[in-house]
Design a protein around this ligand. Structure first.
Ligand code: F6P
Length: 464
């Protein structure tokens, strides 16, 4: 059987077999990072120069090969093109997009340097699965260095229609790079359709069904929603709910309902709109004063990107404003934390929450929505309030779906959730639970790898 090689910007730390792993991507890929897998990517460290050779560590039968980034490469590739151009663009935030040619050159150069470092470790029949927007030109870079095996790409974040992609100066180069893969995967059918439209418009390629016909072959596009290991998350949540940490929280609530939101501190997550929505709830529905507390966990992220610094200042101000306006001497409506909270603790927090508030302005999938559902006690479940612009909304139709741009809609959904009968909560949760337990992490991996294995290999020659 072909060896699976995973390539992603972030690589999880090596772990002992059976131990709980950290991030969403790591958890989702768990079933595939079995013995023999090679996982390659950035080490997360910034050094003076990007070195030529990766550092290799083995753990649980998996080989982890990571490479540091030189300071200038970090600025151009990670802070610059990936997170100041592509991230805002692909989240429909053109007003926040910054573009500099030298950043795009740095992005290409890091992809080339990563490919150069990986090539000596590859075997001809390896199957390579590349993840996310940092690495779109990676297949081009491998092909240019002679690799002819199968290469697939999965985009974890949204994709945009041609009218939005048009704003990116290297739109054409990027689309041609995406079409150098054998398989390209997206979270939803909407993103998939947008990709096909962009391949036609910017790549200049013909599209037949869900395949793009290039000079060198065919690219198969698939929609493959990512999921979680729901039974395992549900178990962790039930266990965590009995810990001291959760007991302390329950005591501090003194019988009040808990609404919870947890994510990275990112402008795509709609945090100011959500704060405003919560303020509207308190202003328009005063019966909920003293009966509910919102715990917002917004883990600091990408702090070298100026837009993230500005967002943090704005949230500090909004949180202070809400608590100043509505607090009573023995009740603080908004609890706002910017620290990272361990997944096991989060699972327990989700389980005891009455409302899960997941209202991104745009999101590829949003696994927090799925984790919230899995964590609930089916006998007394909380209610999920979900943005209809999260990929998860295509599957989680029994959530209270909202337009996150409208704070009144958020306030009304929170009010509905707080007043919802136990019977309706149970019915909605049963349907959501079925969806979350059906579209699992393992299924996501199987669908993608089967699609990749089914391809003949050797995509088109490098763009330009
Ligand atoms: O969801 C997109 C993503 O870039 C993931 O690949 C990553 O793990 C997460 O966001 C955190 O972002 P960063 O790697 O920039 O800290």
């Amino acid at each position: 059987m072909a060896r699976l090689v995973i390539v992603s910007n972030r690589v999880p730390p090596p772990r002992a077999k059976g131990a709980a792993s950290a991030g969403g991507l790591a958890v989702a890929l768990q079933s595939f990072v079995s013995s023999g897998t090679l996982w390659f990517g950035w080490s997360g460290r910034v050094t003076e120069r990007t070195p030529g050779k990766p550092k290799i560590v083995n753990g649980g039968g998996v080989t982890y090969a990571t490479i540091d980034l030189g300071a200038e490469d970090y600025d151009r590739f990670y802070v610059g093109f990936a997170n100041s151009s592509l991230w805002p663009l692909l989240h429909f935030r053109l007003g926040l997009m910054r573009y500099r040619r030298e950043d795009f050159e740095g992005y290409l150069a890091v992809n080339a340097a990563f490919a150069e470092a990986l090539i000596p470790m590859l075997r001809p029949d390896d199957m390579i699965w590349v993840h996310d927007y940092h690495l779109i030109p990676f297949a081009d870079a491998l092909r240019a260095r002679g690799f002819t095996g199968r290469i697939g790409f999965f985009l974890h974040i949204p994709f945009v229609p041609p009218s939005v992609l048009d704003a990116l100066p290297p739109a054409r180069a990027l689309m041609r790079s995406l079409c150098a893969y054998d398989v390209v995967g997206f979270q939803t059918r909407t993103h998939l359709q947008d990709f096909l439209d962009c391949a036609r418009r910017f790549g200049g390629f013909a599209v037949e069904g869900e395949e793009v016909v290039t000079e060198g072959g065919r690219v198969r596009a698939i929609a493959d929603p990512i999921g979680i290991d729901a039974p395992s998350f549900a178990r962790v949540a039930a266990r965590s709910a009995g810990t001291d940490y959760i007991r302390r929280l329950t005591e501090s609530l003194t019988g009040r309902a808990l609404a919870i939101s947890a994510e990275r501190l990112d402008y795509s997550k709609g945090l100011p709109n959500r704060f405003e929505g919560f303020a509207r709830l308190l202003a328009r529905f005063p019966q909920h004063h003293r009966t509910v507390s919102l715990l917002q966990i917004a883990a600091r992220s990408r702090e070298d990107v100026v837009e993230y610094q500005a967002l943090r200042r704005e949230l500090d101000r909004l949180a202070g404003d809400i608590n100043g306006r509505f607090s009573q001497f023995d009740w603080v409506p908004l609890r706002y934390m910017t620290q990272t909270v361990a997944r096991t603790k989060l699972a327990g927090l989700f389980r005891i929450a009455r409302i899960g508030l997941v209202t991104p302005l745009r999101d590829g999938m949003n696994l927090v929505a799925k984790e919230f559902v899995a964590a609930q006690d089916p006998a007394d479940p909380g209610v999920l309030v979900l943005s209809r612009f999260a990929g998860a909304a295509e599957e989680l139709t029994e959530a209270l779906l909202v337009n996150p741009y409208d704070p009144d809609e958020i306030a009304e959904a929170m009010n509905t959730a707080l007043e919802m009968s136990l019977e309706e909560r149970q019915e909605r949760h049963a349907a959501l639970r079925r969806a979350v337990f059906e579209v699992t992490a393992a299924r996501y991996c199987n669908v993608f790898v089967e699609a990749l294995a089914g391809e003949a290999g050797a995509g088109p020659p490098p763009a330009n």
